[in-house]
Design a protein around this ligand. Sequence first.
Ligand SMILES: [Zn+2]
Length: 325
Amino acid sequence: MFDILFRNAKVIDGTGNPWFYGDVGVEGGTVAAVLPPGSTARARRVEDVDGKALCPGFVDGHSHSELPLLAGEIMDCKIMQGVTTENLGLDGMSLAPIKDGDKADWKKHLSGLAGTLDVPWTWNSFAEYLDCLQAAKPPLNVSSYVGLGTVRLSVMGMTDRPAEGHEIRAMRDLVARCMDEGARGISAGLIYPPSRYQSLEETVAVAKAAAAHGGIYDVHMRNEADAIAESVEEVIAISERSGIPAMITHFKIRGKKNWGRSAALIRRIDEARAAGIDVTMAQYPYTAGSTFLHVVIPPWYHSRGVDGLLRALREERGAIKHDLD
Ligand SMILES: [Zn+2]
């Protein structure tokens, strides 16, 4: 006797198999059996779904829902689309680990993407952050990367200079600890300060710590327009030199003059894979993009923090306009 039996479903099992008609029995909240249609199995509740598609929940692998989840929102915008798992901490920016002194600035820095929901940030470590998420009783499954920008902020602040040996070691140790505490990998946002100040050497060294813990490297590339080929090479080099599986997040190419270059880039990724380098890509199914407006301001204006940036916008407008050009 099942708890629920879905009858006459068009079953799409998520493995890549062709769909088929069938009945699906659920017991204790998990799929207990997939049966040929018209089964005589009994259940406490029977739902005749009349040929509608029945499939596992979708995973939103690139989500920025941190604050709504912490605020206890019901997330019907995701659930009604069939999303049952959200993965957070993308583009080099997670909400943990974070020191008390960095919270106010980081909140402001992220607000263009994360929103401004007023949630108390009571955590410091990644483990404490996951506990807060759990306590907020999210209505779907949640996992998170630890952002390399967040890690760099903890160790070096917003400075744009290269990391020194002891700082790289500190970032490596912090990543290792976050992985132990439940992060599923690291993310980078190589257009977003402070993640964008990371050199290849720095990233390789830190990525090794995540790789040793079974993590992956999910990366918003340094350039998604004219310099996209160089950016793909950077990702391949990071994966090759650190041994971490790398995933290019929201793979796209911006700028009309770059239209048509995707074939060559996908070929390059196939080539790297054939050579044993674990590089993959993810893509969203529409032709728009969105990001912080502050990303159009050259990175050297971000190295003094949000208040420094706001001051520069008031006092150094001429220089900023010049640098934008
Ligand atoms: Zn993103």
